[in-house]
Design a protein around this ligand. Structure first.
Ligand code: CA
Length: 100
């Protein structure tokens, strides 16, 4: 029972966070990024070597040319065997479409 309560509280926190993100991003082409993620254009990411992940994530989502990106900490690249790192910053991507 205690575990279920924790899940419900966490879900409520997620809904509140999503609402705030939508309000803050209203001047941008689309909202829907989770807390901590930045809305970025797929084209600008590709121009800096981020291929093909952002486009795949966008096409699997709403295909509007934008994704949400969360930078990983600097040592991420080396820890996964890439030395030198092929890109300046390694991102985790999520589409900017609202949760379905
Ligand atoms: Ca998108």
């Amino acid at each position: 029972m205690k575990g279920l309560l924790g899940f419900v509280v966490a879900l409520g926190g997620f809904i509140v966070a999503s609402g705030l993100t939508g309000t803050a991003a209203e001047a941008k082409p689309a909202s829907g990024c989770p807390n901590g993620y930045t809305l970025m254009a797929v084209e600008s990411l590709e121009a800096t070597g981020h291929i093909p992940a952002p486009r795949l994530v966008d096409e699997a989502g709403n295909a509007d040319g934008y994704v949400c990106a969360l930078p990983f900490p600097e040592p991420f690249c080396g820890a996964h065997g890439y030395d030198p790192c092929p890109v300046d910053v390694v991102y985790n991507y999520k589409d900017n479409s609202p949760a379905r």
